[in-house]
Design a protein around this ligand. Sequence first.
Ligand code: HBI
Length: 365
Amino acid sequence: MTTDQSNSLKLLFLSTPVGAIGSGVGGGVELTLTNIAQEMLRRGHIVTIVAPSGSVVKNISVIEIAGELQTPAQTQTRDEPIILPKNSVLANMWDYARQVQSDYDLIVNFSYDWLPLYLTPFFSCPIAHLISMGSLTDAMDSIIEQVATNFLGTVGVHTLSQAQTFTFADKCRCLANGMDLSIYQFCSQPSDFLAWVGRIAPEKALEDAVAAAQITGIPLKIFGFKQNEQYWQEICQKYADAPIEYLGFLPTEELQKELGKCRALLVTPRWVEAFGNVAIEALACGVPVIAYRRGGLTEIVKDGETGFLVEPDSVDGLVSAIRQLDNIDRLACRQQAETEYSQQAMGDRTEQWFRDILRGIRQYI
Ligand code: HBI
């Protein structure tokens, strides 16, 4: 659906305050924001992005805001109080949004932080909140619930299993996710190695994938932002002779070239993965996904068709799935990505969400 000028929306996107877009620190939400922004532009809407200094998004104007980055929420304990550093980039981003809000029809919050949710009633411009992770801390749970209750329909999530980590799942709007599949080239003939992609941090349980590589003897290529150096060192020591190679955090274009050549992507989350962008990227290249039966991946991987869902935290489960990879048709993987996770499909779901919020807000006023 494209949009003529009459009902094109003026959208202000506020990114995650944990890192600049393109740094990899923001993980999946950097990709999510960029994809939705590019799709909204393609549909004729006007999009402005507000993000920490150093952020870069192809073909889209970014208002870069200085200030101290926010601590990643997944490193916090459940009862951790809300902490804002002095000269907080999060506070500075939202002060900018306050000043310009009358130039926009809708603000879209992509951060997983308390402040934007708390500020919602203080804004005259409607705010859509795309919550990108499951339940992590008590303070976040209660403020998200408050907004989901008082501004019904404005809290979006990626999957049902992510929503179900909150007590207010019924008040969340499921959007799944999507990406520009034209960047991802289908590869029908893989080389003999496996891949693991993600932020290298304990909640992603890279060690299980390394253990499976050691048992099967199939080399494992590792891609992603090394968020926790000590955790990485511990894995290298514990699995000193595992056939692994770390290739760093690659831009999407290069990542998909390497990813497409693998026999399978291993996804080993210790936590409830809200969605699993990396799984879609693999499917788009024709790469089967072997994932723990946990979180958003259970709503993506078609067990036995486009990959395998295995017993959570079971390395043996990973190994037996790897041994059945020849039963998977790589074209079926690509076709699933095209049907369910294209930028167009996500754009339809997201634009409908925006319009429903605006209609809803107009009804309240
Ligand atoms: N932590 N405080 C905070 N804010 C975020 O926006 C945030 C985060 N941790 C991880 C993260 N965003 C993204 O990597 C995920 O939402 C995908």
